[in-house]
Design a protein around this ligand. Structure first.
Ligand code: KIV
Length: 272
């Protein structure tokens, strides 16, 4: 079947807006490769985020800062090949949009052209106004990201809950309204008090997607490797584990090693 005959109703930024209007929650997960993205898309996820958390869970780095534009394009290209329905959002990595808006636009264009992703995500508020607006003029949908912004970890020093102080909460509300005004189609709210996330979500007409931001955002996002229990070390309060794949995979590989060692693999049915 050619892609032009594909009848799947794809998720678009407009459909996300409609979902918010009718109170339908939006589901979002990360994925970084073809095989995982295929499962996540088939399961009916609305948004797949090719997050720069690939730096942590795929590459084993402590922070997201080392991620390069070429790395993000590689991961996004693999994900896009697998996806039939979900909207694919690709993170702009650290250092590719903070410098100036011209550089931001050329980074975003490379992501869209080379990976086939459907939109990009950037961390920050008013300080990246020019970059957001310039990218939007090229017709590229932009998702915002406020609260805990891991690309600024060295400025804050910790991964603790953000915007617990009145002044920081006020600034976050203002930034959310500004991102909406600039034209973002949605905003990720990471690790902020649930009451604040509720207030922001009620004030915006674009959807909010929370991670560690309580139940009243318009949708939820988790890092796939965390919710599948592949990544054992990361145990924040907001994380619900839906599987213990670390144990399942460890057991499978241990069984394989044992079978090879004792000569029971392959058996006669597994030979030509
Ligand atoms: O990179 C990422 O996975 C993210 C999510 C935590 C929202 O930005």
């Amino acid at each position: 079947m050619s892609i032009h005959q594909n009848t799947t109703k794809k998720i678009t930024t407009h459909r996300l807006q409609e979902m918010k209007q009718r109170g339908e929650k939006i589901s979002m997960l990360t994925a970084y490769d073809y095989s995982m993205a295929k499962i996540v898309d088939e399961a009916g996820i609305d948004i797949i985020l090719v997050g720069d958390s690939a730096s942590n869970v795929m590459a084993g780095n402590e922070t997201t800062l080392p991620m390069k534009l070429d790395d993000m394009i590689y991961h996004a290209t693999s994900v896009v090949r697998a996806v039939n329905r979900a909207l694919v959002v690709v993170d702009m990595p650290f250092g590719t949009y903070q410098g100036n808006s011209k550089e931001a636009l050329s980074s975003a264009i490379r992501i869209m052209k080379e990976s086939g992703g459907h939109s990009i995500k950037m961390e920050g508020g008013r300080e990246i106004k020019e970059s957001i607006e310039r990218i939007l003029t090229a017709g590229i949908p932009v998702m915002g990201h406020l609260g805990l912004t891991p690309q600024s970890i060295f400025k804050f020093g910790t991964y603790t809950v953000r915007a617990t102080e009145e002044s920081e909460a006020q600034r976050l509300i203002e930034d959310a309204l500004l991102l909406q005004e600039y034209g973002c189609f949605g905003i990720v709210l990471e690790k902020i008090p649930a009451e604040l996330a509720k207030m922001v979500s009620e004030r915006l007409h674009i959807p909010t997607i929370g991670i560690g931001a309580g139940k009243d955002t318009d949708g939820q996002v988790l890092v796939l490797h965390d919710m599948l229990g592949i990544n054992k070390e990361f145990k924040p309060r907001f994380l619900r584990r839906y599987a213990d794949l670390y144990a399942v995979m460890l057991g499978a590989v241990q069984n394989y090693v044992a079978d090879v060692k004792e000569g029971s693999f392959p058996n006669e049915n597994e030979c030509y």
